[in-house]
Design a protein. Structure first.
Length: 123
C-alpha cells in the first residue's frame, strides 16, 4: 500500500538536494536586490554590499536542503523495509527542516500528509 510513496520520496530527495542550485525568488537589502540561487550569490561582485548576506543565505539553504534529503533517504529505507512508523518519523523531520522555506518549497509537507492519510486508512 505504501510502495507508491517510494518514487515520490525519491523525487523529493532529489529536489531538496537542489534547493540552492534551483533557488527561488529572493531579494536582499532594502531594495530587495534579486539573488535567486547560490550560483547567483557567489557570482556577485565583492563590492555588492549584500553579497555576504546572499551567499550565507543560499549556503544555509543548501545545508538545510541536504539535511531534509538525508532524512528523506532514511524514510526511503524505512518504506522499502515496510517500517512505516520509522518512515513517518523521518518524513516529519524533513517537514520540520523545510518549514523555514515552506513558502518557497513544500514537497515534504505534502508527502508527510499523504503518508499520514495512508496510515489512517490502514488503522
Amino acid at each position: 500500500m505504501f510502495e507508491d510513496m517510494i518514487p515520490r520520496v525519491e523525487e523529493a530527495v532529489e529536489h531538496s538536494r537542489k534547493w540552492a542550485e534551483n533557488g527561488w525568488s529572493m531579494g536582499f537589502g532594502p531594495k530587495s536586490a534579486p539573488v535567486n540561487s547560490l550560483k547567483e550569490a557567489e557570482a556577485l561582485p565583492v563590492s555588492f554590499i549584500y553579497r555576504e548576506e546572499a551567499v550565507n543565505y543560499w549556503r544555509q539553504v543548501r545545508l538545510m536542503g541536504n539535511d531534509a534529503a538525508d532524512s528523506g533517504e532514511k524514510a526511503l529505507e524505512a518504506l522499502k523495509k515496510g517500517d512505516i512508523d520509522a518512515a513517518e518519523k523521518a518524513l516529519y523531520l524533513s517537514v520540520y527542516i523545510e518549514r523555514p522555506y515552506e513558502i518557497y518549497t513544500s514537497g515534504w509537507k505534502s508527502l508527510y500528509d499523504a503518508l499520514k492519510g495512508k496510515m489512517a486508512e490502514c488503522a
